[in-house]
Write a protein that binds this ligand. Structure first.
Ligand SMILES: [Zn+2]
Length: 304
């Protein structure tokens, strides 16, 4: 029986192995076979299953000690359904437009734009429309969305790569805006990625990161039913730990805000019912979009 391969993962922030268990599913994912976990990978099942989240006693980072290794992850992601398929396209677009609103004032004109995991390119489209970037560097493993990305970039010279770790093609100190939207909490080695991005930022350049916030009211309210506890997040941040992670990776000024997500009312109601344990309940509600600050955070960091 094949098992998830990582067993004693070090804290991704400080490297310590000293941590205590904080949130677990029943049964725990570390007790399951790879084959059993496949069904839970998509995270939309009624039943929850995830690797036990531990709190590092040294630095306070929340993370999984047992997890898939890089090869197992690559195979799981290759079988992945399109991201956030349950949320209507218009709501995703509105949410990402809001992220750009948050960062627009901090962007110096004339540099390049770099995004890790841009998906179909909602943020890229905003950047093409509103920023004055000289080049787009887009690192997106899902080849199926590359044509959509090219369209989103419009007339701006664009390089699209299907790896996420090798940024060597991007000239050092050339990027005025780098973006990672719901990427950092998926990575096995977030510190390595942050260091790689930092050397690409020019003077005055900004890195924008959107992640979940495990210190949010939503997480406290839902406890272990918080849907963000899932097989895809080997670590989860709060404002304090993401700040430390960025400081350790050499970033200078760091600002953490709560970010706004746009959802249709009926989607929110279904999610709430599912979290409360009534996933089958039928709801008939309008699809009006609402903007909520619901347990995500947006972090801005400068290179120096
Ligand atoms: Zn630690």
């Amino acid at each position: 029986m094949t098992r998830p391969a990582l067993r004693d993962r070090a804290c991704p922030l400080c490297g310590s192995h000293d941590a205590r268990a904080e949130v677990a599913s029943a049964p725990r994912a570390e007790a399951c076979s790879l084959r059993d976990l496949h069904a839970y990978w998509y995270g939309i099942d009624r039943e929850r299953r995830f690797f036990t989240y531990h709190r590092c006693t040294g630095c306070g980072q929340l993370y999984n000690r047992a997890f898939f290794d890089a090869a197992q992850l690559a195979s799981l992601y290759s079988a992945m359904l399109p991201n956030m398929a349950a949320v209507p396209e218009s709501a995703v677009r509105a949410t990402q437009r809001g992220y750009y609103d948050d960062v627009a004032a901090s962007v110096v004109a004339g540099g390049a734009y770099l995004e890790i995991g841009p998906d179909v390119g909602h943020l890229v489209r905003e950047a093409a429309r509103r920023g004055r970037f000289r080049h787009f560097w887009l690192f997106e493993p899902n080849r199926a969305v590359h044509p959509a990305l090219k369209r989103a970039a419009g007339a701006v010279p664009t390089t699209i790569a299907d790896g996420m770790t090798d940024l060597s093609a991007v000239p050092d100190r050339s990027v005025s805006l780098a973006a990672m939207v719901h990427v950092l909490d998926h990575l096995l080695d977030p510190a390595a990625m942050l260091r790689a991005v930092r050397v690409k930022l020019r003077q005055g350049g900004v890195l924008m990161i959107v992640t979940h916030n495990e210190g949010s009211a939503m997480r406290r309210l839902l406890g272990r039913r918080w849907p963000v506890f899932c097989l895809q997040h080997p670590q989860l941040y709060n404002p304090r730990t993401i700040r430390r992670q960025l400081e350790r990776s050499g970033f200078g000024a760091i600002e953490v805000r709560r970010s706004r997500n746009v959802f249709p009312v009926d989607f929110l109601a279904r999610q709430a019912l599912q979290a409360a344990g009534w996933p089958g309940a039928r709801v008939s509600l309008p699809r009006w979009p609402v903007g909520l600050r619901l347990g995500n955070m947006l972090t801005l960091a400068s290179a120096d």
